[in-house]
Structure formats: structure tokens, C-alpha cells
Design a binder for this molecule. Structure first.
Ligand code: PEP
Ligand code: MG
Length: 902
């Protein structure tokens, strides 16, 4: 078709004019129809109206100048090519009007088929179809139905009811039993419905039908469901949709016609083969509506071998051309195959890896491209055990998917009970309103943690992620009553010992035991599944792509780990050091009594004796970790949280004291504790006496930790391993704070290390905005910075990390203030800017300054790309996210190098 453009701006493209690169302008469907046309594949001729025309229409409420003429010119060319005219009573051309945005938005926008039919051309259509009246009237009733519903907002059920009525009168449930007269009658009924709702007759003028349908597709971009879908999928709101006007081909002309969908590989597993469904004597919407059952595509071979062979041939060509899994829609009209759509198909996480690997083997893509085509979110999905939900299980509540995985077990409400039951070999789910450091043992013992309060950075969430343990937090439909050992949800009561199942990926909570499948990918990372000895295609693909990611990445990946066991596991997962060893849990459990002594000390002697008792315990902790991380750097952070977190809660203590006093017992010790808790009470503990402030206020506390670290390093080194300790000071906001701690630490280190050869670095977290803004000064006193992006986000936004996500983030997300919680993925513009400034100014002051990040963002795929861009040396994340960070660090290189050849 050669269409003459009459104005400067080109709004309409013939299929022969476009190509697959023009998705912005022609939408995905239009660009791919053009690509197939140019490949010489059988595509029904047509043209595409651009997204720019749509945007202009949406901005002004009317078609842009020149559009109508361009449509006319392209329509005339189409009519010439087809040898038929729209609306011709003797031999009409019919067209479909189909939406198609840059990104696929399945079913969100409109399509109208059979445009061009009216009371007169319906007769011509019948003649065209060899006197097939039934087909012609069926096509006409479909037009009125679709046009009425999508263009004029006539309630769809009314048409459905009228159709049911005719079928009932005929005594059938099958559309195919209706004859031409039935359908002619149905057209009359549909027209009445149309007139009743719109106050006008069904438009008989074909060009008016076409224009109204195009307008309806433009407008469907802003339909409520489309807006909602875009928000969920993070598709920009201002792209607009293209509109494809395609000459109709018919799959409903009889048994030698039909319609189907197919994938070039299995989108679930990636396996090669023929995957698709076919429905004879039907149009596309029948497949979607599930009116009749489809048959597997393979059966087409028996029905129509010629079309089947041609289809397979085209599928192979499309794969070779797109170098990827394609999905397609096709129609067969009386033995002639037509391609109605293709696109690079959606797939599961497993299929993404398997297909990327296969395409490398087939020489269609290189390893950089394979790396580009998978992502960390997919890898993370593959690492968690999954529920086998083929049984009928309905969730009873939905919270925040705080730490992924699938876990089932008996409900317990206290840490102690969790430990008890777990010791008997029972899987348990620890249920709390929220957790605190005292729950640690219970959390370790449990299969999963379920809380009714708190967000993704609540204690439960952060600790669970650190352990790779399943956690659902903030399931606020649960009324948790810990003293009564029960919770209620949706009118049901669950008591201790009942079994529940929680899905930490979706946040769903189920009653009863849902069966679980283990992840072979984790077995591979842990070393129990050898890639040399398996033929599991997923494991082989993951191994290959991970190896390439490691070869490509510049960022190192460390882990956040506070125990030898976590450190060892992270090392197996590929961690290249510890970026954050939090020391606070080392003050709990049976050491609590020593900590109380420290806090309650009235004299220097009392305090020093408590610290002296803690020293060997801490030293043993560090020795274990240094041994596990032999040869790799270990960043140990000095104690961070406020000390009163290590004392019993105020209310509980007050009650205990009152009760004991009532009984006349000796409560001197409890009273002293209570007084200490009252003295230390803070309105805003997150902004209070914690981190470096604590080290400066409690004499000897940091010194004890520094000594324990240095002594442990010397012991491990003398035993033949290599310890590389890095001491990190938390919550520094001013260089003077760091200088003071450092002066004392250096003295101790020099004294302990002697000639052992151990080198101890001293650095700081950058987690207070002031530290980021004075990084040039702070770098003078620091050998490394590690960005604590949890606190930096908390203090940068003024969002309390433990409260806001569960409290009101839903509203912020709904309003689009941010697309994702800034605690989950780094806020590049604000908090990210603080990171950038600190990195630049820190390095300017001290070029060899080592830079890393140890906040939760260190394992978030998008944030890893940001940290790569900013030029950090490493990211540090929980052990289970180490492989994800490795993969994304590799992808970041491939993407910044621009190796994207898609
Ligand atoms: C941080 O603030 O990002 C951090 C790693 O420290 P924590 O989460 O222990 O406060
Ligand atoms: Mg912090």
C-alpha cells in the first residue's frame, strides 16, 4: 500500500512501513505486526495509528489535525489491496480495531471486531462466505455486542442475557446450534438493547463505526482498570496506546477454520516443544471467553496438516528472528493460515533461566545477553521453597511478604515454647504481634515467623531475612492474644498447636499444612547439587549464568552475618567477606545477666568486672567468625541499639515489682532494674542514646569490644588462618565522635596486635544524614565507609522504620508518591543523593577509602545497579541474597556497557 501523507505529522503507518524497533510509536502489537509483514509472513493487511495520535487526542479531547485524512488515505489503500470496500453491500471489507501499547497490558484496553458490517453489508458478507448466512449474522451480532459494550458502554450482561434467552428457547447450551434465523433475531434484540442504552440507533455508516471504535481505544488508555494495571506494573502513565486497524480474517467459517495461541517453548519450564491451544470454528474472543474447550495445538496436525506445518515453520522463523521465546495468535480461514500477533512471551522465573541458556547453546545470543535476560527477582523466586498449591487452599489473611519462602508448622506464641517444641522435632511458626531481640532464640527455632504488626524493616522482617527464614509481617487481620495463646482471624480461632502455613513471598496465611517443595537452586548454591553431575536444565542454566555474572561484575558482594553458621553459609553462597556483623545479639540470652550488671553498675569496679566477664565471650564469638571467613575481610560493628533494649519491658517489670512488694518479698534487685529502665526511657529511642553515643557515654564498652576483636584476630592468625578485621563505628554524625573512639581503639589495637601481622581497619557507618553531608571531614578519620541505608532512609525521610510501612505506605503507593517502599529499594533522588555526595566527598578526601553498603538495599536488585553506578566497592546483604546481588552486579556491568543487543 502506498499512502500519500497530506500533512507534516505522520500519525498512520502501514504495516509495511513499521518494524519491531518502533514500539514507542506503534505499540508492541503494531510494531510486531509490521515486523512479521516485512518478514513475508501471512499477516492480514492493515495499518497502525500511532501512540502520538492517542496522546494528542487524550490531551485535547479531539483527533489531531490531519489524522482523519491520513486514516482515509490508508483505508483507501487497504481497500485497493484487498479489492473490497468498507461497507460495500455486495462484497464488504471488514476490519478489526485493536489496541496495543508499548508494554503488553493484557485485556486492559479495547478491541472491536467486524467493523464495517451493517444491515446491508451483512448480506454481502454472506455471499462472500459462499452463502453462509449463519456466519454473516453471527458476525453482525458480535459487532453490535462488542461495539455496544466497548464504544458505547452498554452493559455487557444484557447482550449475554439475550444470547442465553435465544439458546434457552432453542433448548441448547452451544452457540453453534443457533442457525441464521436465530442469529438474525438476536441482531434485532441487540439493536434494541443498543438503542435503549444509547438513545440512538446502531450506527450504519462504516466510517463512523471505525472512527468511534478508534476513539474508544484511545480512551481505554485511561480506563480505571488500565490505570490500576499500569500502577501495579509500573508502566508510565503517559505512553498512550496505538490502534491497529486490521482486515478481518475469520476463524468461524466452518470446521476448516479456527483460531489459536501458541508459544515457541514452554513458558513454564522453558522446555522445547509445541505448546498451544486450538479451537476450530471460532473467533479469538471465544478462546478467551472459554465458551468451548480448546484442544492441544498438536491436534491441529490431524485437522489441517498444511496449516500446522506452516505454523511450526513460522514459529521457528520467529524464534530465530527475535532470538527469544515468542508467543503468537493465529487464525485459520478455510485452510489459510494468518498470523494475528506475536511478541516476546512472558515466562516463569525457571523458564527465563533455562531459555536464556538454551539460546546461548543455539548460538542465538551471547552470555552477556543471557545475563541481561534474567534478573535477581527471578533468581530469588527460584531459591525459596514453594507451596504446592494444587490442592484447594484459601488464604485466611494477607500480610506483608517480609521474608520469602513457604513454611508450615504448629503455632506457638512464645520464644520459649518455640524452642521446646522444635527440640522435640516439631516444625513451629512463631506468632507474635511483633518481635523483639528477646525472640531471637524462638525465631531461630521456628520454621517461620508471623506477626500482626510491622513492615518490611520491622525487627521480625529484618532478622528473618538475615536468617533466610520465612516471615509474614503486618498481617493485621490477625488478633493476636499472646497471654491467651491464641489468635483470631475472620471469625476463626487458632490456638497453640494448631497448624498454619505462611507464604513469605505473597504474604498469604493459610490454615492447615500446605505441602512444600524444596529448591534445587539452593541445593546448588549450597554445594549439595554438583552442576557437573546433574542434568537438571534449571541448575545448569543458573550455574552458567552465575559464572558469567561473576566474571563480569566489578562490585564485590559481602554478607551481613553475626554467627559462624551464617558466615559459613554465606561463604558457600559466594560472599567475599562480611560487610556487617551486628554485635547486639551477642549481648542476649545467658549474657543478659552480665549486661544488667553493666547497666546497673554503681562504681567503676562493678562496671569493669561486668565488662571483663563479657570480654572472653565476645572474643570467642569473633574467633568463630574469623575462622569461617579465613582470608576474607570481616566488618564488625560496635554495639548499636540503646542499652535499655536489653532490659525487661517497663510495664512487665513494674507489675513484677508491685506483685512482689505486695507479697513482702525482697525486691531490691528488681527495683534497681526498674529505676534503670525508667532512667533510660526515651521518647524516640531510634534518635537517642545508641551507636557511637553509647560508646562515648559508657566507659569501657567499646574498648572491651575492640579488645575482643583484636585478640580474636591475633588468636586465629596465630593458629594459621588469616583474619582481616574491620571495626565499624555506628551512627556517627560528626568526625569528632569518630576521632574520639578511634584514638582509644588504636591504642588498644597497637597493644594487642603487637608483631602478629594482624591489620585492623577502623571505619564508620554513614547512616546519619549529617555524616553524608560532612563525609569529606569524616573520611579524614575513617579507612572505610559503609552506608547504613536503613537508618539513612529513616532519617532522610523522617520515616520511623518500624512503623510507617504497615501504617500508611499503602496510601503513598496508591497516590504514586513512590512506586516502591524506600526501605526496600533505594530512593535514588534523595537518599541516593546523600550516598553519592558522601562517596564523592569521601573519596576526594581519601582516595583509597573503601566504600560499601550494608543496609537492606545491598541485596535489592535495582539498588545494586545504583551502587554500581555510584562506584562503591561492595554491597553487603543477608546470606540468601548474596547470589541475587552477584547476579545483579554482573547485570549492572552488562547494562552500563550497553551490551543490550535486544
Ligand atoms: C542501617 O541502618 O542501614 C544498618 C545497616 O544498621 P541497622 O539496620 O542495624 O540499624
Ligand atoms: Mg543503622
Amino acid at each position: 500500500m502506498a499512502a500519500q501523507e497530506t500533512v507534516d505529522h505522520k500519525y498512520v503507518y502501514d504495516f509495511a512501513e513499521g518494524n519491531k524497533e518502533l514500539k514507542d510509536l506503534l505499540g508492541g502489537k503494531g510494531a510486531n505486526l509490521a515486523e512479521m509483514t516485512n518478514l513475508g509472513l501471512p499477516v492480514p493487511p492493515g495499518f497502525t495509528i500511532t501512540t502520538e495520535a492517542c496522546k494528542a487526542y487524550l490531551a485535547t479531547g479531539r483527533e489531531p489535525d490531519g489524522l482523519a485524512d491520513q486514516i482515509e488515505a490508508h483505508l483507501e489503500a487497504l481497500e485497493r489491496e484487498m479489492g473490497r470496500r468498507l461497507g460495500d453491500p455486495g462484497d464488504p471489507l471488514l476490519v478489526s480495531v485493536r489496541s496495543g501499547a508499548k508494554f503488553s497490558m493484557p485485556g486492559m484496553m479495547e478491541t472491536v471486531l467486524n467493523v464495517g458490517l451493517n444491515d446491508r453489508s451483512v448480506v454481502g458478507l454472506s455471499a462472500q462466505a459462499g452463502g453462509n448466512d449463519r456466519f454473516a449474522w453471527d458476525s453482525y451480532r458480535r459487532l453490535i455486542q462488542m461495539f455496544g459494550k466497548t464504544v458505547c458502554e452498554v452493559p455487557g450482561e444484557e447482550f449475554e442475557h439475550a444470547l442465553d434467552e435465544v439458546k434457552r428457547a432453542k433448548g441448547t447450551k452451544n452457540d453453534l446450534d443457533l442457525d441464521a434465523d436465530d442469529l438474525r433475531g438476536l441482531v434485532d434484540a441487540y439493536k434494541k438493547i443498543f438503542a435503549k442504552h444509547t438513545g440512538r440507533e446502531f450506527p450504519q455508516e462504516p466510517r463512523e463505526q471505525l472512527d468511534l471504535a478508534i476513539r474508544a481505544v484511545f480512551e481505554s488508555w485511561n480506563a480505571e482498570r488500565a490505570v490500576l494495571y499500569r500502577r501495579q506494573e509500573r508502566i508510565p502513565a503517559d505512553l498512550g496506546t496505538a490502534v491497529n486497524v486490521v482486515s478481518m480474517v475469520f476463524g468461524n467459517l466452518g470446521p476448516d477454520s479456527g483460531t489459536g495461541v501458541a508459544f515457541t517453548r514452554d513458558p513454564a519450564s522453558g522446555a522445547q516443544g509445541i505448546y498451544g491451544d486450538y479451537l476450530a470454528n471460532a473467533q479469538g474472543e471465544d478462546v478467551v471467553a472459554g465458551i468451548r474447550n480448546t484442544v492441544p495445538l498438536q491436534e491441529l496436525e490431524q485437522l489441517d496438516k498444511k496449516s500446522y506445518d506452516e505454523l511450526l515453520d513460522i514459529m521457528a522463523r520467529l524464534e530465530g528472528h527475535y532470538r527469544d521465546l515468542c508467543d503468537i495468535e493465529f487464525t485459520i480461514e478455510r485452510g489459510k493460515l494468518w498470523m494475528l500477533q506475536t511478541r516476546v512471551g512472558k515466562r516463569t522465573a525457571a523458564a527465563a533461566f533455562v531459555i536464556a541458556g538454551q539460546l546461548v547453546d543455539e548460538g542465538l545470543i551471547d552470555l552477556d545477553e543471557a545475563l541481561h535476560r534474567v534478573n535477581g527477582a527471578q533468581l530469588a523466586q527460584l531459591m525459596f521453597p514453594r507451596f504446592r498449591l494444587d490442592h484447594e487452599f484459601q488464604p485466611v489473611a494477607k500480610g506483608i511478604g517480609a521474608s520469602p519462602g513457604a513454611a508450615s508448622g504448629k503455632v506457638v506464641f512464645t520464644s520459649a515454647r518455640a524452642v521446646e517444641l522444635a527440640a522435640e522435632g516439631e516444625p513451629v511458626i512463631l506468632v507474635r504481634r511483633e518481635t523483639n531481640p528477646d525472640d531471637l532464640n524462638g525465631m531461630i527455632a521456628a520454621q517461620g515467623i508471623l506477626t500482626s504488626r510491622g513492615g518490611k524493616t520491622s525487627h521480625a522482617a529484618v532478622v528473618a531475612r538475615g536468617m533466610g527464614k520465612t516471615c509474614v509481617s503486618g498481617a493485621d487481620e490477625l488478633e493476636v492474644d499472646v497471654p491467651a495463646k491464641r489468635f483470631t482471624v475472620g471469625g476463626q480461632t487458632v490456638v497453640e498447636g494448631d497448624v498454619v502455613s505462611i507464604d513469605g513471598t505473597t504474604g498469604k496465611v493459610y490454615l492447615g499444612e500446605v505441602p512444600v517443595m524444596p529448591s534445587e537452586v539452593v541445593q546448588y548454591f549450597e554445594g549439595s547439587l554438583d552442576p557437573e553431575r546433574t542434568d537438571d536444565p534449571l541448575v545448569l542454566a543458573v550455574h552458567r549464568i552465575m559464572t558469567h555474572a561473576d566474571a563480569r561484575r566489578r562490585l564485590l558482594v559481602r554478607t551481613n552475618a553475626d554467627t559462624g553458621a551464617d558466615a559459613a553459609r554465606a561463604r558457600r553462597f559466594g560472599a567475599e567477606g562480611i560487610g556487617l556483623c551486628r554485635t547486639e545479639h551477642m549481648f542476649l540470652g545467658d549474657r543478659r545477666e552480665l549486661v544488667e550488671r553493666l547497666i546497673l553498675a554503681r562504681t567503676d569496679d562493678e562496671r569493669e568486672s561486668a565488662l571483663a566477664a563479657l570480654l572472653p565471650l565476645q572474643r570467642a564469638d569473633f574467633e568463630e567468625i574469623f575462622r569461617e571467613m579465613d582470608g576474607l575481610p570481616v566488618t564488625v560493628r560496635l554495639i548499636d541499639p540503646p542499652l535499655h533494649e536489653f532490659l525487661p519491658p517497663l510495664e512487665q517489670l513494674a507489675v513484677n515489682v508491685a506483685v512482689a512488694q505486695e507479697r513482702g518479698e525482697d525486691v531490691a534487685q528488681e527495683e534497681a532494674l526498674l529505676a534503670a529502665v525508667r532512667r533510660m526511657h526515651e521518647e524516640n529511642p531510634m534518635l537517642g542514646l545508641r551507636g557511637v553515643r553509647l560508646g562515648l557515654v559508657i566507659p569501657g564498652l567499646f574498648a572491651m569490644q575492640v579488645r575482643a576483636i583484636a585478640e580474636a584476630a591475633v588468636t586465629v592468625t596465630r593458629a594459621g588462618a588469616v583474619a582481616k578485621p574491620e571495626i565499624m563505628v555506628p551512627l556517627v554524625g560528626a568526625v569528632q565522635e569518630l576521632e574520639t573512639v578511634r584514638a582509644e581503639a588504636e591504642k588498644i589495637i597497637a597493644e594487642v596486635v603487637g608483631d602478629s601481622g594482624v591489620e585492623v581497619l577502623i571505619g564508620t557507618m554513614i547512616e546519619v544524614p549529617r555524616a553524608a553531608l560532612t563525609a569529606g571531614q569524616i573520611a579524614e578519620a575513617a579507612q572505610f565507609f559503609s552506608f547504613g541505608t536503613n537508618d539513612l532512609t529513616q532519617m532522610g525521610w523522617g520515616f520511623s522504620r518500624d512503623d510507617v510501612e504497615g501504617a500508611f505506605f499503602w496510601r503513598y503507593l496508591e497516590l504514586g508518591i513512590f512506586g516502591i517502599s524506600p526501605f526496600e529499594s533505594i530512593d535514588r533522588d534523595g537518599v541516593g543523593r546523600l550516598v553519592r555526595i558522601a562517596a564523592e566527598e569521601g573519596r576526594a578526601a581519601r582516595p583509597e577509602l573503601k566504600l560499601g553498603v550494608c543496609g537492606e538495599h545491598g541485596g535489592d536488585p535495582d539498588s545494586v545497579h545504583f551502587f554500581h553506578e555510584v562506584g562503591l566497592d561492595y554491597v553487603s546483604c543477608s546470606p540468601f541474597r548474596v547470589p541475587v546481588a552477584r547476579l545483579e552486579a554482573g547485570r549492572a556491568v552488562v547494562e552500563t556497557d550497553g551490551s543490550d543487543s535486544r
